[in-house]
Design a protein around this ligand. Structure first.
Ligand code: FEO
Ligand code: CA
Ligand code: CA
Length: 680
């Protein structure tokens, strides 16, 4: 998603008033204070470096990988920025696109064609690839096992109808998000195709004799879409908030939508995160009085007019389409879909190993614009801890701590159904605290409108407002350093933060370029309620940037709008950018070129540009095989910056990856020509 989309859809900051901000120190003073604290944060680093390496989601006991003496952290030659319609990696590396939107997930499935139907799309890879994980085929652990054969599981964030329906829309002036509405109705098969292009893809992929990778047939290959029936789990299950005509007992819902980033559980399942779901609904109950919509709609940006893709206008009036209209029409909630939006905004657990498994919405992780979710290393007998950001302007970073301890032999998703959700407060002195969002504390009482845990969770944003969490500059991906446990989060940008709203953790007014924050939990215990923090990098043009070492960014590494973030098991931090398509190669963003991926050494603060993508896209999704010799990344929405006029004239700005036809999101496989580790 882009910032521009937030403006268009008003799904950004919701309707809550801004919190009070007292007088703040200047940007320069904050920079010095925050960056000079890095010495304190790096304390104990020598010990950490000498210790065993722990992979995300792995127990300390099982971790055994370390960087060999010859392995360079950033051994590649930095590449320049690019405005070309091609994907570039450093000399000595090779990149190949696979799994493009529309490729059939089984060898017997329908081939990609502009004329594919909605039913075809349900048997093909979805559109607009995002978060992704490679599960080694043995299935015992998310980061150990085969490096040549595994299940690739990926999210599909949103769709561009003009490319999805190119055979029908060609020649018309169609903007990136626009749909064709005739006589107040939408074509049913277009609606079906759009819903089926959302969700998640699970495909088995294997390395071939010639070094390429391809999809191989497997019973576990499947699509999960905006129509797949799933369970509502956790404290919200069965409550009044999620009772609908489809599920009068509030236990089930059809579909997951706007799946942005993801998570991988320590028990080897996939979590998909529902980000900008609010725009898929409309609630016309009180037209033009949006603040008077129920807060569980208004605080998230559910619209009063038509929804983003107007699925509710499907000509057939089929129930699974018109449910996106949350207007109250019946006598009670089980006669209409007034509660349907409440069944979205969650983290959804998918077991890729069992093709018959039903996805479960894990409601104790909170309801907001979930970007992704990242687990701290697990320890036998200790609670499970994971972190998640709410990607909208002035929203929060959250953490969940399970009530029950982790035991490798028995761990499963039910660990996520019981525990405590916290929101982060970043203090100006470099300390921070986790504010519990549970009944009876931090003002979350019935008198204040929070009558139960379920009511807190359905209204997570309002609960964090009440608790006094710190309003951040659009939290995106998080990552936990496998070597020392520090947690990093990207804060992609926030053009609306004013001088008066600047704070220590969000130090830049009109933050066009974003920054990366990191923290260390007290006593290196991820269940702690206190932490210390600093800024790892302030992105932007050289003169406005600063790295952790105090240096400015250079031509080798200037970047803006950090989004994707991932640590490989050697401790390299991979940073992916998402400058909105309407800002790319223009104005203050011109110097950054197309969206890119960089690698960072979190210890030295060094950063180098590793990859630049084609025109109009964002780079997202990143994972390697366990041996770190193959990397998978995603290219999302190439050509999205094509204007409506250009589309009508057939002047599509990107033809990636095919070089012809419509642009297609795809996965990119990156290898080093000498067979070495990626990044060296
Ligand atoms: Fe879907 Fe916040 O990027
Ligand atoms: Ca983004
Ligand atoms: Ca993102």
């Amino acid at each position: 998603m882009t910032e521009q989309s937030f403006v268009l859809h008003d799904a950004g900051e919701g309707d809550e008033p801004l919190s009070n901000h007292s007088a703040n120190p200047t940007f320069g003073e904050i920079l010095e204070a925050r960056l000079s604290r890095r010495g304190a944060l790096l304390g104990g680093l020598a010990t950490a470096l000498g210790a065993m390496f722990v992979r995300p989601g792995e127990s300390l006991a099982s971790a055994a990988t370390s960087i060999g003496p010859a392995e360079k952290m950033l051994g590649f030659a930095a590449i320049p920025v690019s405005d070309k319609d091609t994907l570039v990696v450093p000399p000595g590396y090779t990149a190949r696109a696979i799994c493009a939107w529309g490729e059939p997930i089984r060898s017997t499935g329908p081939a990609f064609a502009p004329t594919n139907t909605g039913a075809d799309q349900a048997q093909q890879i979805g559109m607009h690839h995002d978060g992704m994980h490679f599960f080694p085929i043995e299935g015992r652990s998310p980061y150990e096992g085969s490096s040549t054969d595994g299940l690739l599981v990926m999210n599909h964030e949103y769709v561009e109808p003009r490319y999805l329906h190119a055979a029908k829309y060609a020649g018309q002036k169609i903007a990136t998000d626009a749909v064709v509405i005739r006589d107040g109705k939408r074509d049913d098969d277009e609606v079906l195709k759009e819903i089926n292009a959302h969700g998640v893809t699970i495909v088995r992929i294997a390395k071939q004799a010639d070094g390429s990778w391809k999809i191989v047939d497997d019973p576990r290959n499947r699509r999960i879409t905006g129509l797949t029936v799933m369970e509502i789990g956790g404290p919200v299950r069965g409550t009044e908030f999620v009772r609908t005509k489809f599920s009068p007992d509030g236990t089930r819902v059809r579909g997951t939508l706007n799946n942005c980033a993801h998570g991988v559980t320590p028990w080897n399942t996939y979590l998909t995160c529902e980000e900008n779901w609010a725009g898929y609904f409309r609630n016309g109950t009180i037209v033009d009085q949006k603040p008077d919509l129920p807060r569980e709609h208004a605080r998230y940006g559910v619209r009063t007019e038509r929804s983003r893709y107007a699925w509710e206008l499907a000509a057939s009036g089929r129930d699974e389409f018109v449910r996106f209209d949350a207007t109250a029409r019946g006598e009670n909630p089980t006669q209409d879909y007034r509660n349907e939006p409440n069944a979205f905004g969650w983290v959804v657990e998918i077991n890729p190993w069992d093709p018959n498994s039903v996805p479960v919405k894990r409601t104790h992780l909170g309801r907001f614009a979930h970007e992704g979710v990242i687990f701290a290393p697990v320890k036998e007998g200790k609670p499970v801890v994971c972190y998640s950001g709410d990607d909208a302007r002035f929203e929060y970073i959250y953490k969940f701590v399970s009530a029950k301890p982790y035991h490798a032999a028995t761990a499963n998703g039910s660990l996520l159904d019981e525990g405590t959700l916290y929101a982060a407060k970043f203090n100006a002195d470099g300390t921070g605290e986790w504010l519990a969002l549970k009944p009876g504390v931090n003002g979350l009482t019935p008198e204040n409108g929070f009558g139960s845990l379920a009511e807190i969770l359905v209204n997570t944003r309002a609960a964090a407002d009440r608790a006094g969490a710190t309003k951040m500059d659009r939290p995106e991906w998080g990552a936990v350093d496998p070597r020392d446990g520090r947690v990093y989060f990207t804060l992609t940008n926030n053009s609306r933060r004013t001088e008066q709203q600047v704070d220590a953790a969000n130090p830049r007014a009109r933050n066009l370029f974003g920054h990366i924050i990191r923290w260390r939990e007290e006593n290196d215990d991820h269940t702690s309620t206190r932490f210390t923090w600093d800024l790892f990098v302030i992105a932007g043009p050289a003169e406005e940037s600063r790295t952790a070492s105090g240096a400015r960014l250079t031509q080798d590494n200037i970047f803006a709008c950090p989004d994707g973030l991932w640590f490989d098991s050697a401790g390299r931090l991979w940073i992916q950018t998402d400058i909105g398509e309407s800002e790319q190669n223009r104005g203050p963003h011109a110097v950054f070129g197309n969206n890119q991926m960089l690698a960072a050494d979190p210890i030295t603060g060094e950063i180098k540009r590793f990859l630049t993508g084609p025109i109009g896209q964002e780079i997202t999704g990143v994972v390697t095989t366990p041996d770190r010799r193959t990397m998978f990344i995603n290219v999302q929405h190439p050509g999205a910056n094509t204007s409506a006029d250009e589309y009508a004239e057939g002047k599509i700005r990107s033809r990636w990856p095919d070089g012809q036809g419509v642009p297609r999101s795809a996965t990119v496989v990156i290898t080093k020509d000498d067979g070495g580790f990626i990044g060296t």
